[in-house]
Write a protein that binds this ligand. Structure first.
Ligand code: PLP
Length: 393
C-alpha cells in the first residue's frame, strides 16, 4: 500500500470552490443560480492590462524568467508600494508568485513544524489553518468577534504569544468578514510585538485597496509595512487578483524581509520556477497604468455594499454589521434558529443562491454566513428576495 506524509491527513481546502462547483452544476441543469459565494470581482480585467499581456506574447516573452519575477515587475511593485505606503522597498525583497495564496503557502511552510505555534484569525481565510495543520504546527486561533467589528484586538493576539510562537498571521481588510482593524489596535499590536522579536508576521493585505466610509469608497488602509520596528520579520502579502480583477491570471507578490527572501526564492525555484512571463508584463501595466477602472469598481462595490447590508438587515432572523473592507458581508443568522452550513446548503439547493456558511472559515464562524457582494445590483436584489421568501415560508 502506498503512503503519504501525515500532513495530507490534516490538509484542508477552501469550500468556496466546492460551492462554486455545485452552483455551476446546478446552472448547467438549467437552474437559475446567483453566485454570492466565490470571492472574485465580477469585473473584467481592464483592457490595457490584457493588451500588455498580448503584446508581451507577441514580443516573444515566452520563456522562463528570474524566479523572483522580471526586474521591471519587481521595480513596479516597489514603486507602487512606495506610492501607497510611503515606505521604500527594494525590488530585491520582492517575490512575484502565482497568486497571493502562494505567499501564505510559502510563509507557513517556512515557519511551521511540530512544536511551533502559529496564530491566525478565526473566522479567517481557510488556507491559513489548513497549511498550519499540514506542517504539523499547532494552530492557535485568534477570535474575530462581531462585537469587535471582526477586527484584530492587540490584547487578544499578544495574550496568545508564547516562546513557541513562530508566526502571526494578520489580515485586514479581512476575508470572510470585511473587518478592518483600526489604527489604534494596529499601533498597539505593533508596539506589543516589539517585546516578542522571535515572532515573524505574515500580513495579508490583499484587500488593501478595498476600504469604505459610510457613503462610499475610502482609501484608508494602514499597512504593517509602515512600522519600521517590524520590517526585519514582516512578510507582506499582496497581489493583483482582487484590485485589478485578475483572479485567473494567478499573480501575487510578497515583500519578504532580508533574512527570508532567499529562502522564498529557493522555494520558487523548487516549485514553480517563475510566474508565466506575459502575466508579469500585464502586472506592470496594472501597477503603473491608469487606475480609473479600480476607482469604477470600488464605486460599484460601495453601492452594492449598501444594498447588501441593508437588505440582509431586513431579512427575518438576520442582522449584519457594516463591513468596512473587502467585498464581503458576514451576516449573523442566529435569529433564524438555523445552523449556518445547512442554511447555506438549503439556500443553494432550494433557491439557487450560493453563499458560504461561516464554519467554513473556522469554528468561530458558526452563526454567520458570508455573502460576497461582487455581483450586479440586480443579482443582489434578486438573491435577497429569494432569501426573504425562503426565510419567511
Ligand atoms: N488572501 C485572502 C484573505 C484572500 O481572500 C485571498 C483570495 O480569496 C487570497 C489571499 C488569495 O488570492 P489569490 O487568488 O491571489 O491567490
Amino acid at each position: 500500500m502506498i503512503t503519504t506524509i501525515s500532513g495530507f491527513d490534516r490538509i484542508g481546502e477552501e469550500n468556496a470552490f466546492a460551492v462554486l462547483a455545485r452552483a455551476q452544476a446546478l446552472a448547467a441543469q438549467g437552474r437559475s443560480v446567483i453566485n454570492l459565494g466565490i470571492g472574485q470581482p465580477d469585473f473584467a480585467t481592464p483592457d490595457h492590462i490584457v493588451e500588455a499581456a498580448i503584446k508581451a506574447l507577441k514580443d516573444g516573452h515566452h520563456g522562463y524568467t528570474d524566479a523572483r519575477g522580471i526586474p521591471p515587475v519587481r521595480e513596479a511593485v516597489a514603486r507602487y508600494t512606495h506610492a501607497r505606503t510611503g515606505v521604500e522597498v527594494s525590488p530585491d525583497n520582492v517575490l512575484v508568485v502565482p497568486g497571493g495564496k502562494v505567499t501564505m503557502f510559502a510563509a507557513i511552510l517556512m515557519m511551521g513544524e511540530p512544536g511551533a505555534e502559529i496564530l491566525y484569525p478565526d473566522p479567517g481565510f481557510p488556507i491559513y489553518r489548513s497549511m498550519i495543520e499540514f506542517t504539523g504546527a499547532t494552530p492557535v486561533p485568534v477570535p474575530m468577534t462581531e462585537a469587535n467589528g471582526f477586527a484584530f484586538r492587540a490584547e487578544d493576539v499578544l495574550a496568545r504569544i508564547t516562546d513557541k510562537t513562530r508566526l502571526l498571521i494578520v489580515n485586514s481588510p479581512a476575508n470572510p468578514t470585511g473587518g478592518v482593524t483600526p489604527r489604534a489596535e494596529i499601533d498597539a499590536l505593533a508596539q506589543g510585538l516589539e517585546r516578542h522579536p522571535h515572532v515573524a508576521i505574515l500580513s495579508d493585505e490583499i484587500y488593501e485597496r478595498m476600504t469604505y466610509a459610510a457613503d462610499g469608497p475610502a482609501d484608508t488602509h494602514i499597512s504593517l509595512l509602515t512600522y519600521p520596528a517590524l520590517r526585519d520579520r514582516l512578510i507582506l502579502l499582496n497581489g493583483w487578483s482582487k484590485t485589478w480583477a485578475m483572479t485567473g491570471w494567478r499573480m501575487g507578490w510578497a515583500i519578504w524581509p532580508d533574512a527570508l527572501i532567499d529562502k522564498a526564492r529557493k522555494l520558487a525555484v523548487n516549485a514553480w520556477s517563475c510566474v508565466n512571463a506575459p502575466s508579469q508584463w500585464a502586472g506592470i501595466a496594472a501597477l503603473d497604468g491608469p487606475q480609473d477602472a479600480v476607482d469604477t469598481m470600488m464605486a460599484a462595490f460601495a453601492k452594492r455594499r449598501r444594498l447588501t447590508v441593508d437588505g440582509l438587515n431586513r431579512l427575518p432572523g438576520v442582522t449584519c454589521i457594516e463591513p468596512e473592507g473587502a467585498f464581503y458581508a458576514f451576516a449573523n443568522i442566529t435569529g433564524t434558529g438555523r445552523k449556518a452550513k445547512p442554511l447555506a446548503s438549503d439556500l443553494l439547493e432550494e433557491t439557487g443562491v450560493a453563499l458560504i456558511g461561516g464554519p467554513d472559515f473556522g469554528t468561530f464562524g458558526e452563526g454567520y454566513i458570508r455573502v460576497s457582494y461582487a455581483a450586479s445590483e440586480a443579482q443582489i436584489e434578486e438573491a435577497l428576495q429569494r432569501m426573504e421568501a425562503f426565510l419567511t415560508r
